[in-house]
Design a protein around this ligand. Structure first.
Ligand code: GLN
Length: 447
């Protein structure tokens, strides 16, 4: 598959021909179920779009039954920016319902297969985007990351996935899961393409009140030869599988060989991250999902009266995982438990942020696993608690609002890809991409 950088140089005719071939290829690989639908807007370079990003006149559903029939009336800011830069939204990709999950198994449209082994999940929630890029069915894709949903599927599918600093990329037009954690980001074949797409979609947006007033770009200054101080986490990686630990050792050696200074640091026990994340995310999700009442958007099940219409619509429209989180979110926000759960989670979040700030006082980047294992087999994470625990390496980054990028490092003994992430200080995407380029170059691994 050609890279985004190469595709941006194609003529109109070449692009039109490329898109026809791409469509044929997508049809031939329909069993992977990476795409829900293939549409094409504009004449630019085709980019796959996660099904929770508004594209005008598309059916956009967050892979939920409750949004069947909903047509997006406007473009998300990232889509407007893409159109302005010669890119064109090309198909919507499969995902976990409302981006809640780590496997893409909870989609209304059925599961997506991992192109490296079709008995394995592609990861989630942006599993369709990751599988599309990994299978050569997309040049690049957009995903969203609330607690790892870009980085973890990128790691499972052997591609690059980047989550920007909170506020860097406008959330206007992104179907909200947990508003204080969500960020849209690029999923690409290599680090340079991620930087190109990041530059295009980032920047201040007055339509998003949490958008940062920052417009600096990274591509012009990309430099893989900078010597950086990179922290490794010897205690933290103990929870990872042998395969992931091996990849971690490999990456440390590569970074040393590239001339970076390696230092050891520690993060607090991930059990605090998981509790703080699942309380915060479900509390916000409960509030965000209250708008799906059968009146304003998409699917309606008409009941005996208005209240019954709400109940029937929501009971039939939401899947089990979404309902579980609505219940959990209502519980942690309820008057008797608010202080004990929600307030405590916010205090924990503050401590998590401080521990990172402390490390970044004298360190440029942190090297961390993305997931404790390679891609699971289907059905293996059927216990929700087990699935939540598997997020241990990604969620603190969202709680602290930091940028991070998952880079493919190696493959397991069974041939499944393993990615590791670099984490940078807030708004230091330049150092993040410089370090990631250096790591990618030194590892020399092509998925
Ligand atoms: N797996 C996490 C969750 O289910 C993260 C999802 C995401 O980043 N959207 O909440």
């Amino acid at each position: 598959m050609i890279t985004l950088k190469e595709a941006l140089k194609l003529s109109k005719d070449e692009l039109a021909k490329f898109k026809e071939e791409l469509k044929t290829n997508i049809e031939a690989n329909a069993d992977i179920n990476a795409y829900i639908d293939v549409h094409n807007i504009g004449e630019g370079v085709p980019i796959a779009i996660k099904d929770n990003i508004q594209v005008e006149n598309w059916s956009v559903t967050s892979a939920s039954n409750i949004l069947q029939g909903y047509i997006a009336p406007y473009n998300a800011t990232v889509i407007e920016k893409m159109l302005g830069a010669g890119l064109s939204p090309f198909g919507r990709t499969n995902m976990d319902e409302f981006a809640m999950g780590s496997t893409t198994e909870s989609s209304f449209y059925g599961k997506t297969l991992n192109p490296h082994n079709k008995d394995c999940v592609p990861g989630g929630s942006s599993g369709g985007s990751a599988a599309a890029v990994a299978a050569g069915l997309a040049i690049a894709a957009l995903g969203s990351d609330t607690g790892g949903s870009i980085r973890q599927p990128a790691s499972f599918c052997g591609i690059v996935g980047m989550k920007p600093t909170y506020g860097r990329v406008s959330r206007y037009g992104l179907g909200a899961y947990a508003s204080s954690l969500d960020q849209i980001g690029p999923m690409t074949q290599n680090v340079e393409d991620a930087a190109i797409l990041y530059d295009i979609i980032s920047g201040h947006d007055e339509k998003d009140s949490t958008s940062a007033n920052k417009n600096d770009k990274v591509c012009d200054k990309l430099n893989p030869n900078r010597k950086l101080k990179i922290a490794v986490l010897p205690k933290h990686i103990q929870n990872a599988s042998q395969d992931v630990k091996k990849a971690y050792e490999l990456a440390i050696t590569a970074l040393k060989d590239a001339g970076h200074e390696i230092v050891e640091r520690e993060l607090m026990d991930a059990k605090f991250d998981i509790s703080a994340y699942y309380i915060t995310a479900t509390a916000e999700a409960t509030t965000n999902l209250a708008r799906y009442d059968g009146i304003r958007y998409g699917n309606r099940v008409t009941g005996k009266n208005l209240e019954d219409t709400f109940i029937q619509t929501r009971s039939q429209g939401f899947g089990d995982e979404v309902k579980r989180r609505i219940l959990l979110g209502n519980f942690v926000l309820s008057s008797g438990y608010y202080e004990a759960y929600y307030v405590k989670a916010q205090k924990t979040r503050h401590i998590i942020k401080e521990q990172y700030a402390d490390i970044f006082k004298d360190v440029d980047l942190i090297l961390s696993p993305v997931a404790p294992t390679t891609a699971n087999k289907f059905g293996e994470l059927s216990n929700p608690m087990e699935m939540y625990l598997s997020d241990l390496y990604t969620i603190s980054v969202n709680l602290a609002g930091l940028p991070a990028i998952s880079v493919p490092i190696s493959k397991s003994s069974e041939g499944m890809p393993i990615g590791l992430q670099l984490i940078a200080n807030a708004y230091d995407e330049q150092t993040l991409f410089d370090g990631a380029l250096s790591l990618e170059k030194e590892i020399g691994y092509i998925a």
